[in-house]
Design a protein around this ligand. Structure first.
Ligand code: MG
Ligand code: MG
Length: 250
């Protein structure tokens, strides 16, 4: 069921979203060669708790840590570990925070030190694909308009679109209806209405779109080991467009 949020609920979602944004800004300073993903997890958890919020992903379906850290060929749901970031890595960090029962959800991919031109290309165009999708978020459009815009942009740039994982509604649950796939046809899917809160999140690969799950039952990797990037914002649908809840202006 797709729910329409009241102004009061959007206010709380916006506070949760802003905590997620601030956590990303705080972590960014630490993303350097030598730090472990477990240290990033600890920093994020302490920061989120200092804002009177809780990490949305800790314990979610049994996920063992507070954030997801997915390095290079890892697409999403990487579990923080003793892996030390190296110069030339890229890392996708997915952060969720829950404030007074309402969630914010945002992922961003970062360069560690100096990265290859291929990886720069992947990051630049995956971020841009997110904004192509966001451009379609307005009352009257359909979810498929977002999906099509992301897929079309990705394919134009020769990137593989991960299809098994999708964007979603956000509210008192971090994952709610509707699904927001990163592929599909214009003019299809549920109609977008003011008061919906959506997480839009392209996951794009430098190579094949195919993915595999590792033995830890969480980490998703590209089948061909090509690098993967992930950019996500939670947004509220307004009268004539959207407001980013996980950005600096929330
Ligand atoms: Mg999400
Ligand atoms: Mg996320």
């Amino acid at each position: 069921m797709i729910t329409i949020k009241s102004d009061r609920e959007i206010e709380l979602l916006s506070i949760a979203g802003h905590i997620v944004y601030e956590t990303h800004q705080y972590l960014k300073k630490y993303i350097k060669p030598g730090i472990t993903t477990l240290e990033l997890d600890r920093l994020a958890e302490e920061f989120i708790k200092s804002k009177n919020a809780t990490p949305s992903f800790k314990g979610y379906d049994g996920f063992p840590k507070s954030i997801c850290t997915s390095v290079n060929e890892e697409v999403v749901h990487g579990i923080p570990s003793n892996y030390k970031l190296k110069d030339g890595d890229i890392i996708s960090i997915d952060i969720g925070a829950c404030y007074k029962g309402y969630h914010g959800d945002s992922a961003w991919s970062y360069a560690v030190g100096n990265i290859s031109d291929d990886k720069k290309y992947l990051l630049k165009h995956t971020e841009e694909a997110l904004f192509k999708g966001l451009n379609e978020v307005k009352p009257g459009n359909r979810i498929g308009d977002i999906s099509y815009a992301i897929e079309n942009y990705a394919l134009e740039h020769g990137l593989g679109v991960v299809k098994e994982l999708v964007g979603h509604g956000v509210g008192t649950n971090v994952h709610e209806d509707p699904d927001v796939p990163n592929f599909g046809d214009k003019g299809t899917g549920p109609r977008i209405k003011k008061g919906m809160v959506l997480a839009i999140e392209p996951m794009l690969n430098l190579g094949s779109p195919n993915i595999v799950m590792l033995d830890d039952n969480w980490t998703i990797e590209t089948e061909d080991y090509s690098p993967s990037a992930h950019f996500e914002h939670t947004v509220a649908v307004t009268d004539d467009g959207y407001k980013i809840l996980t950005g600096s202006d929330a």
